[in-house]
Design a protein around this ligand. Sequence first.
Ligand code: NAD
Length: 368
Amino acid sequence: MSKTYRITLLPGDGIGPEIMAQARRVLDTLGARFGFSCAYAEALLGGAAIDATGDPFPEETRQLVADCDAVLLAAIGGPKWDTTDPDKPRPEQGLLGLRKALGAYANLRPVRIFDALRGASPLKPQRLEGVNLLVVRELIGGLYFGARERFYDEENAGAGGVPGQRAYDTLEYREYEIERIARVAFEQARARRGKLHSVDKANVIETSRLWREIVHRVAHDYPEIELIDMLVDNTAMQLINDPAQFDVIVTENMFGDILSDEASMLTGSLGMLASASLGDGVALYEPIHGSAPDIAGRDIANPLAMLLSCELMLRSSLNEPAAADALSNVISNILAQGWRTADIADAATPTDKIVGTRAMGDLIVAVL
Ligand code: NAD
């Protein structure tokens, strides 16, 4: 009997609905070929949810994501909802609330270079030789979740005791939060090439010193893994200078956010990087990019990060490795044939054939 998976879809804002439409078509096509079907429940998150309900993470969405086999998110946010007023709802609160509600503490971001896209990276092709890395980012702790406040300080906010506004954010980590993300990273390193870079700023900040201590303690359980500490500023440089040295990188929330966007450019575009967020409950799959408001509604967004997120979902949550392999192979083949969305096209390569979001979906569906 054919299996049916219950998937909650969160198309979100900007290019979100455009790339989600392609994900749905591709999943249905894979289901028909590999003998499963997907029952979708679509829910609101982010700006679209604020417009409809005033809440970036409405109760109905909260219930749907808690009771399904996997959650697929496209992207949220946009200038329409940008505000510096701390009392106004923001789309990002929906995203952070979703990750927290799912207990999704481990965000896995594989950086995979497709041979055909070497020319699309701003780096020289020889620097990309052997690059295959995984960023393991702690997702529900640290600066993005700590206490924060903005207030008017009557006393001495400004230089010389002049009153003015003041704001702070708190970066906090607990031992167990570091230990559980470290274990995920060591397990990933064990399944890969056995090398783990733990990235911190232990020369300056206290949370990083705790991070380093805990990671080294966990390392005793993984004697076969080579553990290297690296400061975050050096890592930012090394990712460009010698990206092939990395196998698995584990780091805290904000460092991981920034470093993985940087690492995405090795692949040629932010539109190529997928992620899986795993933890205590239902897993969440999403591209690492945002809602790209600058190109929304124009049918030019790259749907591949969204489709590669589907590949991760098929592998990790749905246990459909044959379908995941087929999708991965088709994407490689389509790229090898020169098909590109605008963001990964190389002006110097005349064989590149530029297509839109939907046409890229058409090509993949046709080959599948
Ligand atoms: P962004 O990732 O949306 O876009 C950065 C640049 O990359 C833009 O030039 C955009 O056109 C391009 N880009 C991104 N995805 C692409 C794709 N699939 N195909 C082609 N080009 C693509 O980041 P931003 O502009 O800093 O943020 C826009 C909004 O997205 C903001 O509101 C931000 O808060 C939000 N955001 C959401 C998420 C998320 O939903 N997970 C992540 C990051 C940013």
